[in-house]
Design a binder for this molecule. Sequence first.
Ligand code: GRF
Length: 219
Amino acid sequence: MAAAPAQHFPPRTPGPARLVVLVSGSGTNLQALIDAVADPAYGAGIIAVGADRDGIAGLERAGKAGLPTFVHRVKDFRDRADWDRALTASVAEYQPDLVVTAGFMKILGPEFVAAFAGRIVNTHPALLPSFPGAHGVTDALAYGVRVTGCTVHLVDSGVDTGPIIAQGVVEVTDADHADGGEALHERIKTVERKLLVDVVGRLAREGHRIEDRKVWIPA
Ligand code: GRF
C-alpha cells in the first residue's frame, strides 16, 4: 500500500500559537502550561479552557489565570454525537492552532477529531502503545513492568493510538505496589508536565510534519 502523503502544520505566523486546553481533573498539566505561556518566548498563549464536568480544580486554575472557560457534560446531551458536536463548536469558536487534552477523561468523537486533525495533542501516563485507556498507571503496575512513563502524542480516531511525539521514562519501585500506584502516578506527572510543556512549545514555535505515523518537528 502506498504511504499517505506527509501532512504539514507550519508554525502560526505572526504571533503566539492559540491553544485551547481540555481538562477533567486537578489540572496540574494545565497549570504547567499556564506558567509556561507567561514567557513571551514560549510562542503560545492559552485562549480558552474547556471541561467535561463542573467543580474541578482545573477550571479553578483557569479562572485564576483569567482564562475563558466552557463546560459540556455528556449527560446534558441527547447522545454522544450531540456532545461531540457542541464541544467541537465551542473549541472552533476560539480558532485554535493546537488543542491540548491534558487529563481530559473523555474519548473525543469523530467530528472533533476531524475538525482539528493533526493538531490535537494528548498526554497519557504510560509508555504507549502499552497500557492505553483510562487506567494506564495501574494497568502497567498490575502487569509488573519495571519501567513506565508518559507519552505525548497526536490524537487520531482510536484510544491513545495516534502518532507519538515524545516519551518520558519513570522507574517502578517495589514500594509502588503498596499504595496502588498513587506515588508512581505523581512521579509520572512530574515528568509528564515538563514533557508536555516542552512539546507544545516546540510545536507552537516550529510547526510539525506527520509522515508515516512519525511526527517531525524542525530542529
Ligand atoms: C495525567 O497523568 C494525564 O496523563 C492523565 O490524568 C492526569 C491528569 O493530571 N490522563 P492533571 O489533571 O493534569 O493534574
